[in-house]
Design a protein around this ligand. Structure first.
Ligand code: AMP
Length: 277
């Protein structure tokens, strides 16, 4: 497995990878969710590249950039075991040298949900992913359904900027109690960890109601809120029942629909979602 840091090193390494290249962008502190993307790329492509970069510009001023968990040595072992060919670990100074002033911004689709709670977050995400795509030029890039709005925004950006890259969105990998795997789960103490399964229970309750014929979006939102309110350690930030493609809130559920939420468990902000239809 090749490990590179600078753009020059990357440019030297990429021609050594023959055939169709699959690419998995990450912020490290890898778990089974990330590894599932690398494995899918391994199956579908000839070579696999993974980036590890905690992207400072997608964190708000009061978010967890400085304490975001990092464990490069462990990450590299996991990626080697998953059969990854190339790992790129740029630094903030390499990605954003002094004088950097070019941004990539997707409009409407970044306004609701995560975009409403985290101003500037998606501008940071799309800017870094555009830079990663330009440098790596993969045939396919792999993202998790766990970050549903991010996947939708990246798909839109890829289309709008004519990147010749196929975006593959992979299912959310969960712990046995349903909690979506996330690098941020390491922040949870034992009680909070138990409480965090409430996101999955809340989404499951809404999905069960939908499967029994409920199509009133407000009733689905209320049901999700009620389950969240039953967990004293959970503080809801938003719940949403929105059109899967436009991310606009619905009154009636008809086509493909995204149930999503952001919930604080103590100081840790967790997100999760289910797709209906
Ligand atoms: P991150 O390191 O959090 O930026 O995530 C890197 C990629 O892994 C993103 O495309 C995420 O959506 C994806 N990912 C994170 N958690 C999971 C999970 N539990 N299941 C599947 N994909 C995930």
């Amino acid at each position: 497995m090749m490990i590179v840091t600078t753009f020059d090193e990357l440019r030297t390494a990429l021609p050594l990878l023959e055939g169709r290249l699959g690419f998995v962008p990450t912020m490290g502190c890898l778990h089974e969710g990330h590894i599932s993307l690398a494995r899918r790329a391994r199956v579908e492509c000839d070579c696999v590249a993974v980036s590890i970069f905690v992207n400072p510009v997608q964190f708000g001023p009061h978010e967890d950039l400085s304490k975001y968990p990092r464990d490069l040595e462990r990450d590299l072992h996991l990626l080697e075991d998953a059969g990854v060919d190339l790992v790129w670990t740029p630094t903030p100074e390499i990605m954003y040298p002094a004088g950097f002033q070019t941004w990539v911004e997707v409009e409407q689709m970044t306004r609701p949900l995560e975009g409403a709670q985290r101003p500037g977050h998606f501008r940071g995400v799309t800017t870094v992913v555009a830079k990663l795509f330009n440098a790596v030029q993969p045939a396919k890039a792999y993202f998790g359904q766990k970050d549903a709005q991010q996947a939708a925004v990246i798909r839109q950006m890829t289309r709008d900027l004519n990147f010749p890259i196929e975006i593959v969105v992979c299912p959310t990998v969960r712990e046995p109690d349903g909690l979506a795997m996330s690098s941020r789960n390491v922040y949870l103490d034992a009680d909070q960890r138990k409480a965090a399964a409430v996101l999955y229970r809340s989404l499951s309750a809404a999905k069960a109601a939908y499967e029994q014929g409920e199509r009133d979006a407000e009733r689905l939102r209320t049901l999700m809120k009620t389950v969240l309110a039953s967990e004293p350690l959970a503080q809801m930030q938003y719940v949403s029942c929105a059109d899967y493609d436009t991310l606009q809130e619905l009154e009636q559920v008809s086509g493909k629909t995204l149930l999503s939420m952001a919930v604080f468990i103590g100081k840790t902000r967790l997100i999760d979602n289910f797709v209906l239809g």
